[in-house]
Design a protein around this ligand. Structure first.
Ligand code: SF4
Length: 290
């Protein structure tokens, strides 16, 4: 299928929004908004070179990060809640978005890192297409919380170079309680299978920066350590023992987390080490610790 046809098919999803597993069915072309609050124009909170991502993404010139406002998840512990829940940011046209990508490449960034892109996929990839036609060469990183529609992901085949999904929960009960995300475990696993089919394991360039591949982020949430282990088992047995896994210890009980005593604290060093050792015992060996 030609890129133009793909873009057309993605845009069709906006008429009765089915861009993500929530399938709100609102007509975003007529100004209706669903769970994520996204309208017709992508909303951007900030864009800049980012040096705090995984080293294989930030390299030494930074990852060209574009933060989108709004989110299709509703995590009670969200660290970026002013952007995701309160939707701080400004609406931009795909033309302006393409210009941001070009600017990040001119600044020397190693890649374009689309943070929380799910609810603006048609508009974002219209911008990517435009920027590519005008010479954008660096890889596109799709940085997502993992609540993705399989059909939409299949349309992105060949358009995304690096997938960077979170795996947050292994049990639906937790996904509903903390993120209002029914079916998250199965949806996220299906999505990761598709991402791996598309891009495979990480390929580094001569400078040690990722050109292509899948990097899965496991967010360790207090009291959900067993779910983190379950997700590691899934990766080792159903994806690849060579898959790159970022073990995130950046969880902080922010936003509304204090209302949930079992997650209202930090993850201990001991728990973090135990999960890492467990992952290694499964044969996973490409860990990024941050
Ligand atoms: S992208 Fe937004 S409006 Fe569309 S289905 Fe998902 S949450 Fe609903």
């Amino acid at each position: 299928m030609l890129a133009r046809e793909v873009l057309q098919e993605l845009s069709e999803c906006l008429k009765s929004c089915s861009l993500c597993p929530r399938r709100c069915g609102v007509d975003r072309t007529k100004g209706e908004r669903g769970f994520c609050g996204g309208g017709m124009l992508p909303r951007v909170a900030s864009f800049h070179p980012h040096f705090g991502e995984e080293e294989i993404l930030s390299g030494y010139r930074g990852s060209g990060t574009i933060f989108f406002s709004g989110c299709n998840m509703a995590c009670v512990y969200c660290q970026n809640y002013t952007i995701s829940h309160f939707r701080e940011g400004v609406e931009v046209t795909p033309l302006a978005l393409a210009a941001m990508m070009q600017s990040l490449e001119r600044q020397g960034c190693h890649n374009i890192n689309l943070v929380t892109p799910t609810h603006f996929v048609p508009q974002i990839f219209e911008a990517v297409d435009r920027a590519r036609q005008e010479g954008l060469r660096i890889p596109i990183v799709y940085n997502t919380s993992g609540y993705e529609d399989l059909g939409v992901l299949r349309l992105l085949r060949g358009l995304v170079d690096i997938y960077l999904p979170d795996m947050r929960y292994a049990r639906e009960e937790s996904a509903v309680r903390y993120s209002q995300a029914p079916r998250y475990p199965e949806v996220c696993r299906e999505a990761i299978r598709e991402m791996f089919l598309q891009v495979g394991n990480v390929v580094l360039d001569e400078e040690g920066v990722a050109r292509r591949g899948l990097i899965v982020r496991i967010l360790i949430i207090p009291s959900l350590e067993e779910e983190a282990k379950e997700n590691l088992r899934f990766l080792a047995t159903e994806i690849s023992r060579d898959v790159f896994v970022t073990l995130l210890r950046q969880y902080r009980p922010l936003y509304r987390a204090q209302g949930f005593p079992e997650i209202a604290h930090l993850v201990s060093d001991r728990t973090y080490r135990e999960i890492l050792e467990y992952g290694r015992s499964l044969g996973l060996h490409n860990f990024i610790l941050q």
